[in-house]
Ligand binder design. Structure first.
Ligand code: MN
Length: 205
């Protein structure tokens, strides 16, 4: 059975950047629903022995269209939010560190350039979706965006390191239509130590 990651901070701990009600609703309602619905779908499919990464990278093998869609949407929602909630911490950690900082500088020129790229991808994602920083199988950093709860595992062999949720439910209570302000705020609480950890894990694959 798939379980939501435990939040290592209180709902109000990311204020003023992300407000407590948004955090509570996001985690307790949205993420919980994705998780419950995923568990329902994999139980029907007898696929509850597979890892979430395996499930999302082999969606084509699910014959039943409705169940395939359920795993895509809810499995994506489950995985993406686990990554997202773990990627934040009170006060953030401001800038990338270690080997990941070097690779970011090498790839994008600077951290500011990477932030610009991710901000544009997030702002330009029409409707709901995500902006991503991922690692390719040959260990290069790439950015992308996806609609809905899709992610890079579904249509590439890239491993997501960082995902920015740009669904309105992630920001609308506080930022209303100002998605760009929310993305700026996200960078104030992003935990680059966690992203470095994701990077090191991805390198081992
Ligand atoms: Mn969300």
């Amino acid at each position: 059975m798939f379980k939501q990651v435990e939040l290592e901070y209180a709902y109000n701990a990311l204020e003023p950047y992300i407000d407590a009600l948004t955090m509570e609703t996001h985690y307790e309602k949205h993420h919980k629903a994705y998780t419950n619905n995923l568990n329902g779908a994999v139980e029907k499919l007898n696929l509850d022995n597979k890892s979430i990464e395996e499930l999302l990278s082999t969606l084509d093998t699910i014959q039943d269209e409705a169940l395939r869609k359920a795993v895509r949407n809810n499995g994506g929602g489950f995985y993406n939010h686990n990554l997202y909630f773990k990627s934040m911490k009170p006060n953030g950690s401001k800038t990338p560190t270690g080997e990941l900082k070097d690779l970011i500088d090498e790839t994008f020129g600077s951290y500011d350039n990477l932030k610009d790229e991710l901000s544009k991808l997030g702002a330009n994602q029409f409707g709901s979706g995500w902006a991503w920083l991922s690692l390719t199988p040959d260990n290069k950093l790439v950015t992308s965006s996806t609609p809905n709860q899709d992610n890079p595992l579904m249509d590439s062999s890239n491993t997501p390191l960082l995902g920015i949720d740009v669904w309105e439910h992630a920001y609308y209570l506080k930022y209303k239509n100002l998605r760009g302000d929310y993305i700026n705020a996200f960078f104030e609480v992003v935990n680059w130590d966690e992203i470095l950890k994701n990077y090191k894990e991805a390198l081992k694959k």
